[in-house]
Design a protein around this ligand. Structure first.
Ligand code: ACO
Length: 329
């Protein structure tokens, strides 16, 4: 018994924040951003929406794509580092907004690796015989933890959501393996200092802008390239596969130069690498999910193709999976 993706959907808020807009906010330029990151624009969530709202829209699209009734879903896993609130979980809020009852719902915090972590959690519950159809949502309002006075981070991030329905399959297709890892040693490279139990919100934390993401970009860059390339190599090796068998690799969309570095180290030509970073920037957990949805909808993935998704994020975490795509068209 295995688990495969039977439906996929994504949702991007309409508001666009372009490099030209950012030029008016911080000391930066379109030329710097495009050359150093590959990003041209990103989407921004409207004030009256939160991560759960983006997630619900993506979930509805995934449910339609899977051609199932929402009542068939027997678990919701939500990957997010920009939860609506400290609690309850964003997964429970999404459950309520979808009008579903009683099924287990929980969030996972694995930052940009969250969607791949979520798919593996879903696969494990299905293979263990505990569930038949699981909704995995990755929803992020990164703009809510972004300091728009810090040019080193604000040019990178955007908002969006992706969702997938994972279902039991008896065929040897779907998510065939996942490789997950983490190192808390590097937690200090990417974090939001305040707003948790260590440093609860006070006037001082707000004044000092401690509720915004802090990042050491160049250290992260090096670790990201190596961790993602190693994840791809390891998952291929333990499945007795070589890189040339991959039809399409879907990497986390953090920086085009990171993506190119991973492609080079894994001997995968850029024609086989899906890139949409120019439109959305880094949407944390949502990035690989949105990219998978766009790759499917634009005809870049066909039934029987071997797909590899790979990511890294705060934690630090990293993750890769191999999927034999089992859906038509
Ligand atoms: N515009 C203009 N100049 C800038 C900008 C900007 N937006 N940002 C930084 N600079 C300047 C720096 O101040 C520095 O100037 P200096 O040399 O005078 O000191 C210069 O550009 C070079 O800075 P570096 O940090 O060395 O630039 P680098 O080539 O490393 O690119 C970047 C920076 C884009 C942040 C890169 O390191 C990167 O992408 N790192 C990975 C980030 C990442 O993926 N983070 C994940 C975050 S999201 C998540 O996981 C939740």
């Amino acid at each position: 018994m295995g688990a495969s993706i039977i439906g996929i959907g994504s949702y991007l808020p309409e508001k666009v924040l372009s490099n030209a807009d950012l030029e008016k906010m911080v000391d930066t330029s379109d030329e710097w951003i495009v050359t150093r990151t590959g990003i041209r624009e990103r989407r921004i969530c409207p004030e009256d929406m939160a991560s759960s709202d983006l997630g619900v829209e993506a979930a509805k699209r995934a449910i339609t794509d899977a051609a199932i009734s929402s009542n068939e879903i027997d678990m919701i896993v939500c990957a997010t580092i920009t939860a609506d609130m400290v609690f309850p979980s964003t997964a429970c809020i999404i459950q309520n907004k979808l009008g579903l009852n009683d099924i287990p719902c929980f969030d996972i915090s694995a930052a940009c690796s969250g969607f791949i972590y979520g798919l593996e959690i879903a696969r494990s519950f299905i293979v263990a015989g505990k569930c038949e159809k699981i909704l995995v949502v990755a929803a992020e309002c990164m703009s809510r933890v972004t300091d728009y006075t810090d040019r080193a981070t604000c040019v990178l991030l955007g908002d969006g959501a992706a969702a997938a329905i994972i279902a039991k399959t008896d065929d040897n297709v779907g998510i065939i393996d996942s490789y997950l890892g983490a190192s808390g040693l590097y937690g200090n490279l990417l974090y939001v200092p305040a707003g948790g139990s260590k440093m609860p919100a006070t006037h001082e934390t707000v004044e000092k802008r401690l509720h915004y993401m802090k990042m050491e970009g160049s250290s992260l860059f090096r670790i990201a390239v190596n961790a993602m390339a190693e994840s791809v190599k390891k998952i291929l090796e333990r499945n007795n596969l070589t890189a040339d068998r991959i039809s399409l690799i879907i990497p986390h969309q953090a920086n085009i130069r990171i993506i190119q570095g991973v492609a080079k180290l894994t001997d995968i030509p850029m024609e086989k690498v899906f890139v949409n970073i120019e439109k959305y920037g880094n949407m944390s957990a949502a990035s690989v999910g949105v990219a998978l949805d766009e790759a499917v909808k634009s005809g870049k993935i066909h039934k029987g193709d071997l797909i590899c998704m790979v990511s890294f994020g705060a934690g630090l975490t990293w993750a890769a999976n191999l999927i034999i795509w089992s859906k038509d068209g």
